[in-house]
Design a protein around this ligand. Structure first.
Ligand code: SF4
Length: 442
């Protein structure tokens, strides 16, 4: 939690000597709180004060990275609830592949995982991790790690309680900075040495928060801080309680020993319940969720949920305001106008595409607001639309002068006709009405 200027002032010498370039220690403290100046500008800060200020400037939940090519950043969260600010680093979603599957099954599963890419409201959505879980001997585990390393660019989690198997697997893929999961707390110190040796992040396994806290304190003393917390497999409600308490204690009580990203594994074979549990963990603070599910219907629903939770609530998803041709739009094509809120645009786009009638969609800059909100906020007005038509040069694209507006803002049609000089046609209120509307348009 960041310190206020007054908190910082209490730690300064209070001599007002001006050597930092500020007239008083308080003025310097205020600038320090805003991160507008460096602490070393004051030559008289005591070592204790320096340590306290540096500790206070650390993020309450450590930022941990996994992987290299498709590097995943986790942690660094600052709030309990999304509306307070925003969540910073989306939960990583990983799919478990067990080494007891046959080679054919592994090939099929990894091919399926590699194809789990979707586009939604202009963003690419995909899973982040492949978690290789050891069920058989070292030889098989290492063989599967090697096989998958050649078959996917996704980042890895290595799940094995056998230190020797982990060591051989790391010898192959440590340069991809996988996460190692020891599946239990028994060999924690040995795993810590391994993580240090290969410079990879480590999952701390423990069954309670107290135990977790004790382990991370010991590991921190040994200089190991790239940690992820897993409070083991337990019923859903207890696991969510753990995840929530870890977040709360790290943010509200500044409990540094719990200030790390978290991990939850879904051990549930019913395909529907598995997705529901994974969704619960994404919603309630798991930084990594691992599951067996790999069907598109399962993963798309989780990716959609994650996208919604991790978008900035104060900054709607927006597209560039401009004219978008749909299909082979030509000079006779209809022109529809909407806002630059991603969801509005992509909903209209989907329906225009479904109509199979080449068209132009003009997206007006409403700062990412939807049609009715923008209209109520006076961001989607006759003036704004007509000036956008002018600046986008719509008259150079079509030979007619007819503009289709959303049904919900029919009230502006007279004003817009006057301001733009175009005939305004009131379209349907709901985007779902667009295909039949366009087909019946004369
Ligand atoms: S140099 Fe340090 S002691 Fe002097 S005024 Fe600045 S903050 Fe205060």
């Amino acid at each position: 939690m960041a310190l206020s200027g007054l908190d910082i002032y209490k730690l300064l010498p209070k001599t007002n000597c001006r050597e930092c370039g500020f007239p008083t220690c308080l003025a310097f403290a205020m600038q320090l709180a805003k991160k507008a100046v460096a602490l070393n500008k004051c030559p008289y800060v005591s070592l204790d004060a320096k340590a306290a200020l540096e500790e206070a400037s650390l993020a309450p939940i450590r930022l941990v990275t996994i992987g290299v090519d498709k590097k995943i950043e986790l942690g660094n969260e600052t709030v309990m609830f999304r509306h307070e600010e925003k969540f910073h680093h989306p939960s990583a979603i990983g799919i478990i592949i067990e080494d007891s599957l046959s080679d054919k099954e592994i090939d099929e599963k990894i091919n399926k995982i590699n194809r789990l890419k979707f586009e939604r409201v202009g963003q690419e959505l995909e899973v982040n991790l492949v978690a290789i879980k050891q069920n058989l001997d070292k030889k098989r585990f290492v063989e599967v790690v090697k096989k998958l390393a050649d078959k996917t660019k996704l980042e890895f989690v290595l799940i094995s309680s056998d230190i020797s198997s982990q060591r051989e697997a790391l010898a192959l893929i440590a340069n991809r900075r996988p996460l190692i999961h020891p599946q239990g707390k028994d060999n924690m110190q040995d795993f810590a040495k391994l993580a240090k040796e290969f410079k990879v992040p480590l999952v701390v396994c423990a069954s309670s928060l107290e135990e977790t806290s004790n382990i991370t304190k010991d590991l921190k003393k040994d200089g190991l801080e790239d940690l992820i917390l897993d409070t083991s497999d337990k019923p859903l409600s207890r696991k969510i309680w753990d995840l929530t308490q870890i977040r709360r204690l790290a943010l509200k009580k500044k409990e540094r020993s719990l200030g790390y990203p978290t991990l939850a594994i879904v051990n549930e074979r019913d395909p529907y319940t598995e997705v529901i549990k994974a969704a619960d963990y994404i919603s309630k603070y798991a930084s990594i969720v691992l599951l067996h599910a790999a069907e598109p219907w399962q993963i798309l629903s989780l990716l959609t949920l994650r996208q919604n939770i991790y978008s900035d609530p104060q900054k709607p998803l927006q597209i560039e305001p401009k004219i978008y041709p749909v299909g082979l739009a030509n000079e006779k094509s209809p022109v529809l106008v909407t806002t630059n809120f991603s969801l509005s645009y992509y909903t209209v786009l989907g329906e225009v595409e479904a109509s199979k009638i080449p068209s132009y969609i003009m997206s007006v800059d409403t700062e990412g607001m939807s049609v009715l909100t923008a209209w109520a906020a006076e961001k989607f007005t006759a003036d704004k639309i007509s000036s956008s038509m002018e600046s986008f040069g719509i008259k150079d694209l079509v030979s007619h002068k007819r503009l289709i507006i959303p049904g919900y803002v029919a009230v502006m049609s007279g004003d817009l006709e006057e301001k733009s000089g175009w005939q305004v046609i009131v379209g349907p209120k709901e985007a779902s009405g667009i295909p039949s509307f366009l087909k019946n348009l004369k």
